[in-house]
Design a protein around this ligand. Structure first.
Ligand SMILES: [Zn+2]
Length: 739
């Protein structure tokens, strides 16, 4: 075994390198330590490593085994649970070149013992040959508070880029889920046990916060072409005699470790300083909400690192801008990003399947040339993945069961950052670098990955990654001829369109079926469409609705407190509810004079435990002439009615607009099914009825039935209706009188 003596160094480093963390957090992180000596083969895809894990049982029960995630084995062949589930979900894709992890040696290092241990894979129901969870039985149980040290030697061959991980044929390697990683020993279903699920189709990851000391030895061509979860120690890599270089890296309080090399990519670095991204209004809000000064809520500095494809060099500013704005807003709302570096990878064209993912301190974005300049690519994906540093990276929920605690909170936050950081603008169509307002009158055909139209605007052709065409990336030689041709075209881009509102855009999820409640464990959901609904936009709208109902200052406190309470920990949905109940207690519906408090238990029941959609609709608005006032001016009796159309009862503001333009707002607690009001002796007609005029209820199913406007025609016909009634009355009286 190489470098078994490095652990004391880790302990030493803990003292001096804790970034903005308290001493207590550093001790917690030290309960789990990974020390790895890693060598990347000349082929750029095979990793050989020695790993020493030191694990302290922080639970309240002993355990006589360790459980490991060995997720790289999901790509070893069609027998893996992931690929079996993929087929069941109608996804027949497979890695073009498979990968797997072989563990060659497992040994116990505790207290002078040096025991060989077993390494058994856990058979999974429906996929008996799955090898993504391994168990090592221990010679004697580890009691609470006790520590064990285990050494592993393994070889991991990564797959050709497939579902988040792998390599591209031209020098790119994105190493994720590449090493055996311990599960979480915790209380689950009422008993202390390993929470260590196999790699499943609908879920991502879950592990404990740890300290990582990782020594990466890579072929010389990757010098200055490497980014990692850990900070690079010293002045960069050391040269070795055998044509390799070695990077010493270090990270703490992270629950995973990823790294990327790309011999073609460019490496750029910039400092993040909050001063460059000031938003006075949001700073003032957070200062008010937290009782701090604006100086105190402003996020602290960190170093931004970008590994970007050479053909995307022109997008570097936009990548940095997206990372910077996201660090600023997330840091402002939830507390500063606490690590010394954040790395962002623009994946190689022939390995785009590794794009759009998040790992602690390392994210992958994605961009394609030839896209509309205002399509928010790469900004949209970059902000979202950066946001995961906060929701998943720092607040480390169980993604097997509660993906909405990271994806939902992050989708909510992403929309807000995009809305705050990039004001809506007119879409433009880029024709060989020239921006033309508007967009094409129709969409050109697009492929599963990559758009055909992207070929129009390239210096380097990024072909769609189709199975029957090998992925290509080459200089487009006849660019100038094509450019001339397109420059001659008449301005066909004559349909101006403003980028949509990013928060409201999450309401697209209303078009989908909500077959299963938010509380259903993510890994057991019906299909990936249900996962997209329940993990992303639906919880985002739920959070948006909570915030709008209770008002931004109180809501800012709820999110900040929840984040800070659960930073470097593993919250459950109940933990969020507890903070919602504590901070939201007594909250009244904002923006109205009538004071109606919100029952958050009831809200949670409908929104989370049950599967209720939220809906109200206008029923009627009528003005009936009443006897005139003493001074002869007209008087009306006004009838207004609203219906609740689902079980989801939540207070809702209702606005009546009067003939002179004034309005009155009421709040209905919606505990009954209908709101039926009669306004006697009204001095003028009501002309409009609006349910939730300020759109607090972002979860409301259908906004089209929320308003009723009585236009002039209605009034005329109504007047005629009155006349007919009066006439009928007279007729009846006449006949009645004569009969
Ligand atoms: Zn996400």
């Amino acid at each position: 075994m190489r470098h078994m003596a490095v652990l004391p160094v880790v302990l030493l480093l803990l003292g001096c390198l804790t970034p903005n963390g308290s001493a207590q957090e550093a001790v917690a992180a030290a309960d789990l330590q990974y020390e790895m000596d890693v060598r990347l083969d000349e082929d750029g895809r095979t990793i050989q490593a020695d790993l020493v894990v030191q694990w302290t049982n922080t639970g309240k029960a002993p355990t006589s085994e360790l459980r490991w995630h060995v997720y790289n084995n999901a790509w070893s062949g069609p027998q893996s649970l992931w690929l079996q589930e993929a087929r069941r979900h109608g996804d027949r894709s497979q890695p073009k070149v498979v990968g797997d992890t072989q563990v060659e040696q497992v040994r116990m290092l505790t207290q002078g013992e040096d025991l060989p241990l077993d390494w058994n894979y856990q058979s999974q129901p429906g996929a008996p040959l799955d090898r993504t969870v391994a168990i090592t039985p221990l010679p004697k149980p580890v009691a609470p508070g006790e520590t064990v040290q285990v050494a592993l030697r393994f070889t991991a061959a990564l797959p050709q880029a497939f579902r988040r991980s792998g390599w591209g044929p031209h020098g790119y390697l994105h190493a994720v889920q590449w090493y055996p990683k311990l599960g979480v020993f915790e209380q689950l279903d009422g008993q202390w046990q390993w929470n260590c699920e196999p790699y499943r189709y609908l879920t991502e990851f879950y592990a404990d916060f740890a300290t990582y000391q990782v020594r990466l030895t890579v072929p010389e061509r990757y010098r200055d072409h490497l980014v990692a979860t850990g900070s690079i120690q010293g002045d960069g890599p050391q040269d070795n005699a055998d044509g390799t270089v070695t990077y010493e890296t270090y990270a703490e309080q992270v629950h995973d470790y990823a790294w990327t090399v790309d011999s073609n990519a460019l490496l750029m670095e910039r400092e993040f300083h909050a001063e460059n991204y000031r938003d006075e209004q949001q700073e003032a809000l957070m200062a008010r909400a937290l009782g701090k000064t604006e100086e105190e809520v402003r996020p602290s500095s960190t170093r931004m690192i970008l590994l970007i494809q050479p053909e995307h060099e022109g997008l570097a500013d936009r990548y940095f801008d997206a990372v910077g704005k996201a660090l600023y807003y997330y840091g402002l709302w939830y507390g500063s990003y606490p690590y010394p570096t954040i790395s962002c990878v623009d994946p190689a064209n022939d390995a785009r399947k590794t794009g759009g993912m998040e790992y602690p301190r390392l994210i992958t974005g994605g961009a394609r040339l030839g896209r509309l300049a205002t399509t928010m690519s790469p900004e949209g994906v970059t902000v979202h993945e950066l946001g995961h540093q906060f929701w998943y990276g720092l607040v480390g929920n169980d993604e097997f069961r509660h993906a909405w605690l990271d994806e939902g909170f992050n989708t909510y936050s992403t929309a807000r950052v995009l809305e705050a950081g990039w004001p809506p603008e007119l879409e433009t169509w880029s024709v060989f670098g020239r921006e033309v307002a508007g967009r094409l009158p129709m969409s050109l055909p697009s492929y599963d990955e990559g758009e055909l139209r992207s070929v129009l605007d390239l210096t380097r052709w990024e072909s769609p990654d189709l199975r029957w065409i090998p992925a290509l990336s080459y200089e487009l030689r006849h660019r100038h001829d094509l450019e001339r041709l397109f420059a001659e075209l008449p301005p066909i881009t004559a349909f101006p369109r403003v980028e949509k509102h990013r928060v409201t855009d999450n309401r697209r999820v209303m078009d989908h079926d909500w077959t299963e409640p938010l509380q259903k464990p993510t890994m057991d959901l019906l299909n990936s469409s249900m996962r997209r609904v329940n993990a992303y936009r639906r919880p985002a709208l739920t959070l948006e609705t909570m915030g709008r109902l209770m008002g931004e200052e109180r809501w800012a406190r709820v999110l900040y407190r929840y984040h800070q309470t659960w930073r470097f920990k593993h919250p459950q949905p109940q933990d969020f509810l507890d903070i919602l109940l504590a901070e939201g207690q007594g909250a009244e519906v904002v923006g109205t004079e009538e004071r109606v408090t919100i029952d958050w238990q009831s809200f949670w029941k409908h929104a989370y435990l049950e599967n209720d959609r939220l809906g109200f609709s206008v029923h009627h608005l009528r003005n009936v002439p009443a006897p005139a006032a003493e001074d002869g001016s007209a008087r009306f009796t006004v009838y207004a009615g609203i219906r609740r159309v689902s079980d989801f009862a939540v207070p809702v503001p209702i606005r009546i607009t009067w003939d002179d333009g004034s309005s009155t707002t009421h709040v209905w607690d919606a505990k009954t099914w209908t709101w039926d009001q009669r306004f006697e002796q009204a001095p003028m007609r009501a002309v409009r009825l609006d349910i939730d005029p300020e759109r607090l209820l972002m979860l409301e199913d259908d906004w089209l039935d929320n308003s009723l406007q009585l236009d002039a025609d209605d009034e005329i016909s109504w007047d005629m209706g009155i006349q007919v009634m009066l006439w009928a009355q007279q007729v009846l009286q006449y006949y009645g009188g004569s009969g």
